[in-house]
Ligand binder design. Structure first.
Ligand code: FAD
Length: 392
């Protein structure tokens, strides 16, 4: 792969909207991605393996629990810093960002928000340092967009719960020590349970043959009469709103992350357009190529503004789920379109691992599907503005 010479586009001087802390956090994450992710990520994606050696670095840049309080090992940062870290990591690779998103928003967040103090003390510091990795089990083989239909369930056996069922498409599952699993009790109410590797009857087979998110490990969670200690139930929130609350936080991170992938594709295509000579000129001198680049930077700038504003609302505790859905949907589609156009600008070179664009392009096919598909986010906006439910 080519050396990482990325320069971030900032067409509307958005850096002026950021605090010194935001910029420090972002620049540290950017430097780490250049040093520790870019040189190795193509190889790991090609061999479909998560690069476990980067876990410590992810923890050091604050990617595990950026907004979790320092007393629990988190970085204690605001929502814009969290977003900027996700942007920089996904500039490197969406699979690496997925690992960080799951750890922070889908494992640490529910333990912090819905767990009791003993659970926070037991799990959060180890998850923040990367000593333990976590995964989040919501999707099932027959219930993806409709998680409320889940069949995974647990029964109260007096001194423990008995958990049965299966989850599918679970990021980090093959190596996670801890799984936050959503399951129904005997009254059909959804609860979160912390399941640990090693519990009898719990297995995590890996999902192979993915063409997307290859540097992120995906697997199933299988529960065959797993005895879960009663103290592992998250006591402070139940119902479908509990997992959806985690998804709000993760989708917000994805909205920022997608900008990172788009910026990397744009920057690569811009540089290539000045170097690649055809018909005796750099291809960047042809109007058709300039149109592509001009539209890319316009869309990136719009997404940056939308997402920065969402970050401000989130810091104020005012961002709604529907606003987050709009940003996730808009930004991922923006990134996927830019990856496709950028890929074409590199001609044949665009399909090789010499450049990051094809990997981003394939990765974004997962990003546009997970944490609510593109169509589901549109329906969320539709419901929000009309008050009419088109889901069912
Ligand atoms: C790489 C990867 C990693 C993932 N990681 C995780 C994870 O860590 N944890 C986890 O729990 N899940 C994870 N997922 C699962 C992901 O969230 C689901 O794939 C996603 O929610 C879609 O569910 P589905 O694949 O079952 O598709 P389906 O729900 O079967 O949808 C199929 C199609 O039907 C459309 N559709 C569905 N319902 C409607 C409707 N009412 N109206 C209109 N159209 C509709 C959808 O938009 C989609 O286009 C991951 C997925 C992938 C690919």
């Amino acid at each position: 792969m080519k050396p990482d010479v990325f320069e971030a586009p900032d067409y509307y001087n958005l850096d002026e909207l950021l605090s010194n802390e935001h910029k420090l956090v972002r620049d540290a994450a950017r430097a780490w991605v250049k040093r520790d992710v870019s040189p190795i990520i193509e190889d790991y994606a090609q061999k479909a393996e998560f690069p476990k050696q980067i876990i410590t670095g992810l923890a050091e840049i604050g990617a595990f629990g950026p907004y979790i309080p320092v007393e629990y090992g988190g970085a204690g940062l605001d929502q814009i810093s969290y977003g900027l870290i996700m942007q920089e990591i996904e500039r490197g690779d969406s699979g690496v960002r997925s690992t960080a998103s799951v750890q922070s928003s889908l494992v640490m967040y529910p333990i912090w928000k819905y767990g009791n103090e003993a659970q926070r003390q037991k799990y959060l510091p180890k998850l923040a340092s990367g000593e333990w990795m976590g995964c989040f089990g919501l999707t099932e083989p027959d219930h993806g967009s409709n998680p409320g239909g889940m069949v995974t369930n647990f029964k109260d056996m007096g001194d423990h719960y008995l958990l049965n069922g299966a989850k599918m498409w679970i990021s980090n599952a093959p190596f996670a020590q801890v799984a936050v699993v959503w399951a129904k009790d005997e009254d059909d109410r959804i609860h979160g349970l912390i399941v640990e590797r090693g519990m009898e009857g719990f297995s995590t087979p890996e999902t192979h043959n993915k063409w997307s998110l290859r540097a992120s490990a995906t697997g199933e969670l299988i529960f065959d009469n797993v005895k879960v200690p009663k103290e592992n139930l998250l006591p402070n929130k139940s119902g479908l709103g509990a997992p959806l609350g985690c998804l709000d936080s993760a989708r917000y991170g994805i909205a920022w992350g997608a900008i990172g992938a788009a910026m990397d594709c744009y920057d690569t295509a811009l540089r290539y357009s000045k170097e690649r000579i055809q018909f005796g000129k750099p291809i960047g001198q042809f109007q058709l190529q300039q149109k592509k680049l001009a539209e890319m930077i316009t869309e990136i700038t719009k997404a940056q503004l939308l997402t920065w504003r969402l970050g401000v609302l989130k810091n104020e505790g005012k961002a709604t789920s529907a606003q987050i859905s709009m940003a996730k949907r808009n930004n991922v589609e923006m990134a996927i379109n830019i990856a496709r156009e950028a890929r074409q600008m590199l001609g044949g070179m665009g399909i090789t691992g010499e450049y990051s664009i094809m990997r981003h392009s394939m990765n974004l096919e997962s990003v546009i599907t997970y944490e609510g598909t593109h169509d589901i986010h549109l329906l969320i906006t539709g419901l929000d503005i009309t008050g009419l439910n088109a889901f069912k």
